[in-house]
Design a protein around this ligand. Structure first.
Ligand code: ZN
Ligand code: ZN
Length: 174
């Protein structure tokens, strides 16, 4: 998802507007890979202000399947991506520097839209995902989904000191 910026940079006040499909089906992160269930095309406007100053405005909507924190069933979470950035393509940057210019623009002066989208998704990523507010989660004994039905397991959590005493009784028979 690279957009060549060289044409845009030839003249000031140059503007490019286009719409493009988001080419990935999964969102891969350090903490897992998530299925993209729905996505709108990315609507992109690039504007060359002057002297390598480029404004980038982009919008898209994606729906990603994220497991519920309690019962692990898939929850469709909608993300409204709104990117609005100004990049300075004449700025002296070194590859080591962590700036927007080094992260989103290649050495061939191409804008990396996939990186921009991923960056935005991480910013929007919810800290908590629940299929419903009162999700009952999974049984900690047998793993049954308690939203579906009750499995009948004894889920009383023992006081750890009591559990230790029970172990002594269990082992004393040997
Ligand atoms: Zn749930
Ligand atoms: Zn159970």
């Amino acid at each position: 998802m690279l957009v060549d910026l060289k044409e845009l940079l030839k003249k000031e006040n140059n503007e490019l507007h286009f719409s493009m499909e988001i080419p990935f089906e999964n969102f891969d992160t350090k903490f897992g890979s998530y299925k993209i269930k729905q996505k709108s095309p990315l609507d992109l406007t690039l504007f060359h202000i002057r002297d390598g100053q480029v404004s980038v405005d982009a919008n898209a909507k994606v729906v990603i399947e994220i497991p519920c924190d309690r019962c692990l069933s898939d929850v469709a979470v909608e993300f409204k991506i709104v990117i609005s950035k100004q990049l300075d393509l004449e700025k002296e940057t070194s590859a080591k520097e962590d700036s927007d210019e080094t992260r989103f623009v290649t050495e061939q002066q191409e804008l990396d839209l996939a990186e921009l989208i991923k960056d935005e998704l991480l910013l929007l990523w919810p800290s908590k995902v629940l299929c419903k507010e009162d999700c009952r989660g999974l049984c900690n004994v047998c793993g049954h989904n308690l939203n579906v039905s009750d499995c009948g397991c004894d889920r009383v959590v023992l006081d750890p000191r009591m559990a230790a005493i029970q172990d002594i009784f269990k082992n004393s028979g040997n």
